[in-house]
Design a protein around this ligand. Structure first.
Ligand SMILES: [Fe+2]
Length: 380
């Protein structure tokens, strides 16, 4: 038996779909966003307008950084407690959405502590607030997942918190919002989404539902991501926005794999963008994982679907999007790598590596970490 969840109450999609906010009945709305970009692009003003522009009933909590910290979340909790809303609207990249998820959770369950969330048993549901997520980037799929990733600065670690109560009630995929994404952000976040889809597709716990969503997302992203990066037109940006969300629905049910495990180790140590490290590591991990019979068969299916060898296709997509071929070429010096090597190997064994279709032991990981750093062939 497997219990699947794909999203909350509603998923709204299409250009100008943010107008759906007009339909939501509420008493007080608490908007959570990042730094300046959503203000500058006029998105926050539009959100306020669609909510009725009532200054007394709307509060904007802004300033969530690139990687949401526990301190930013704690400040948000203080704010939300004072304002007492029944609606939370998270607008921006994965970071403000992830932060808002925890702010809404602890607002309702004040006995929970941000510092100990990863070790706590979390409630299944929220009742106090309706939660709307409006993503501005096309990659994390936080708007449909049950995950929030917070940065615990004191221990220098990014930790994922998982609970059904963290899944937004309403996801709004308005293609107009990611229209302003610059080329490299569109490319890297799109490759994060492709990694989600591929890791979900080959995960041993995948099922008929998650496989179809993941395979559809892979085919869609391969077709539309380069167009979206190069042309920046509404059709392709909306397509990528939709496919990344499908990838999120798939992976939050079936889990990921060692691309994310190794990626978090390098990203955490050198502050490299998550999508970039995923994109670099993905083809190497695919080659290693293809020695598993079931994974090999799935890659064959994908190759037939896209009309090219799927691993070569991912490599050529990376090249086309200007993604480095290995971590060294992304600007990490040999001196730094050699000094941090043991820690990188140790951290790469954690997180999603545990869910990889082939179990990875430490001796193999030692080789894989060198492979993705130097860009060498996998001959082991
Ligand atoms: Fe990811």
């Amino acid at each position: 038996m497997k219990a699947l969840r794909f999203n909350g109450d509603v998923l709204v999609t299409g250009a100008n779909s943010m107008e759906y906010l007009k339909k939501i009945k509420y008493n007080k709305a608490f908007i959570v966003t990042g730094g300046q970009s959503m203000f500058k692009s006029g998105v926050i003003n539009k959100v306020k307008e669609y909510l009725g522009n009532d200054e007394e009933r709307i509060f904007v909590y802004s300033g969530i950084g690139k990687n949401p910290t526990t301190e930013e979340v704690k400040k948000g909790i203080e704010s939300i407690k004072k304002f007492e809303p029944d609606l939370v609207v998270a607008v921006g990249g994965g970071s403000p959405i992830d932060a808002a998820k925890i702010i809404a959770l602890i607002y309702e369950y004040p006995e929970l502590n941000v510092e100990t969330l990863t070790k706590s048993i979390l409630p299944e549901k929220r009742y106090k607030t309706k939660f709307v997520a409006i993503p501005s980037t096309s990659g994390t799929a936080s708007e449909v997942t049950n995950v929030s990733v917070l940065t615990y600065e004191d221990i220098n670690l990014k930790l994922g918190i998982k609970s059904p109560s963290l899944r937004p009630d309403i996801a709004i995929l308005d293609g107009n919002i990611p229209m302003t994404l610059p080329y490299n952000i569109a490319a890297e976040t799109g490759m994060d989404a492709l990694t989600h889809a591929i890791e979900a597709y080959i995960n041993k716990t995948s099922d008929d539902f998650t496989e179809v969503l993941a395979k559809g997302a892979i085919e869609g992203l391969i077709e539309w991501l380069p167009i979206s990066c190069n042309n920046k037109d509404i059709e392709s940006r909306q397509k990528v926005h939709n496919y990344q969300s499908m990838a999120g629905m798939a992976f939050s049910n079936s889990g990921l794999g060692m691309v994310h495990g190794i990626s978090h180790a390098f990203g955490g140590k050198y502050n490299l963008a998550h999508g970039l490290t995923n994109a670099i590591i993905l083809p190497y991990a695919m080659k290693y994982n293809s020695r598993d019979k079931e994974v090999f068969k799935k890659f064959e299916k994908l190759s037939t679907a896209v009309g090219f060898n799927i691993i070569e296709k991912v490599e050529s997509l990376n090249k086309e999007l200007g993604i480095a071929g290995c971590i060294k070429d992304a600007g990490i010096s040999e001196e730094d790598f050699n000094r941090d090597y043991d820690l990188l190997v140790e951290n790469s064994m954690c997180g999603s590596t545990v869910a990889n279709p082939i179990k990875i032991d430490i001796e193999v990981m030692k080789k894989l970490v060198k492979t993705v750093y130097n860009g060498t062939e996998i001959d082991y």
